[in-house]
Design a protein around this ligand. Structure first.
Ligand SMILES: Cc1ncc(COP(=O)(O)O)c(C=O)c1O
Length: 396
């Protein structure tokens, strides 16, 4: 028998998607499920983006350039300029989602067995991308009691070895909703400069910041030009997850030249999706104002109802559309499955993401879940009620 690679066997299943078979079973039995497990927004994609594809009369659906279409990259650069990020089209490589930008970045700055420091809990697929690239995630724990703020810089310094190549942050954070302050970015800038590391910032939720707090990008920080790599995506910004378009941005020429080789190996990003993404850049500000207002209301509704459940602890998110909730139980993996298989309130239940998979330290976060507030307020209220009732009867 041919054998599967050790790397493949050790590849983690996504904690966000692994409960899907149980959800399918529950649906077959006629249960209604509120999906709080996945960051698929229910917000409409801007019409302008969909129209650009419909109105197109392409005769040959050819490859585009490996780094992405020229006109699209120029337009992304002007969008960044408006956001105080001074980059040109040459600093941008268009990728198949932010996911591919992460893979290219890991391939560009790390060799097998190199280490990357990431504040945890973190976006679970960082584990998968690290496993695929043969690199080691070294976690530094951020705590729910501190609202998941940046751990003290000394904690990072303790973890730096001669194998450390980069620090990766997600800002605003998935799954925490934490938004790093300018001061925190500056602390990270100082440490990467001191130790000659790359600072990779996944900023795919940049637009989603609340309570009047401004997002501060690593690309705004002077002196970080050779160190900073930004990951971006249209998936959440324009509710275009299915377009599969993202980008990698850096002022470091060697990073771009090297990442381009990875991009050339996969030939090019999808053509129609680039057309849609380019058109999406003309989305009026009013679209975002409405979306942000909606998310703020959803967040407030969800947090208020979660705080009313006895024993539940939650950190109020300042950005993105997720929160981590700590539950008065031991094992949310089992709880999440039980919710789908054995529990309902009037034939309705919820699907949540157990948070263990968002940590790489074994045994941490097992009593936490991640909730994506991508549903309307009425659904969120019902979902919180179901959670409350479930916790009354659930036995660990
Ligand atoms: C923090 C973060 N980074 C990157 C991605 C990847 O997004 P995509 O590949 O759809 O651009 C996601 C998707 O949920 C995410 O939450």
């Amino acid at each position: 028998m041919p054998v599967i690679s050790k790397k493949g066997l050790e590849m983690p299943a996504s904690p966000i998607r692994k409960l899907v078979p149980y959800a399918e079973q529950a649906t077959k039995k006629g249960k209604k499920i509120y999906y709080l497990n996945i960051g698929q927004p229910d917000i409409k994609t801007p019409e302008i983006a969909l129209e650009a594809v419909k109105q197109n009369d392409i005769k040959i659906l050819s490859y585009s350039k490996s780094e992405g279409s020229e006109t699209y990259r120029k337009k992304i650069a002007s969008y960044y300029l408006k956001n105080n990020i001074k980059v040109s089209s040459e600093d941008i490589i268009v990728t198949t989602g932010g996911s591919e930008a992460l893979l290219f970045t890991f391939g560009t700055v790390m060799d097998v067995n190199d280490e990357i420091i990431i504040p945890e809990p973190f976006y679970a697929n960082y584990n998968g991308f690290s496993q695929a690239s043969g690199i080691k995630v070294v976690p530094v724990i951020s705590k729910i009691e501190d609202d998941f703020k940046l751990p003290p810089i000394e904690e990072f310094e303790k973890l730096i070895t001669n194998k450390t190549k980069a620090i990766l942050i997600c800002n605003p954070g998935n799954p925490t909703g934490y938004l790093y302050s300018k001061e925190e970015i500056q602390k990270l800038a100082a440490i990467v400069k001191k130790h000659d590391l790359f600072l990779i910032a996944d900023e795919v939720y940049r637009e989603f910041t609340y309570d009047g707090i401004q997002h501060y990008s690593i690309m705004e920080e002077e002196g970080l030009e050779e160190y900073g790599i930004m990951i971006d995506s249209v998936s959440k910004r324009y509710s275009m997850c299915g377009a599969r378009i993202g980008c990698l941005v850096s002022k470091n020429k060697s990073v771009i030249q090297t990442a381009l080789k990875f991009a050339q190996a996969r030939l090019s990003p999808p053509t129609y999706a680039q057309i849609a993404s380019e058109a999406a850049l003309d989305t009026p500000q009013s679209y975002f104002d409405d979306v942000i207002e909606e998310y703020v209301e959803r967040r407030n509704t969800l947090i208020k109802h979660l705080e009313n459940i006895e024993g539940v602890k939650v950190a109020k998110p300042k950005g993105a559309f997720y929160c981590i909730a700590e539950l008065p139980i031991k094992n949310t993996d089992h709880f999440a499955q039980w919710l789908l298989e054995d529990f309902d309130v009037d034939n309705e239940t919820i699907m949540v993401a157990p948070a263990g998979g968002f940590y790489s330290t074994p045994g941490v976060g097992l009593n936490q879940i991640r909730i994506a507030y991508v549903l309307n307020k009425e659904s969120l209220i019902k979902a919180a009620h179901i959670l409350k009732e479930a916790l009354k009867v659930y036995k660990d």
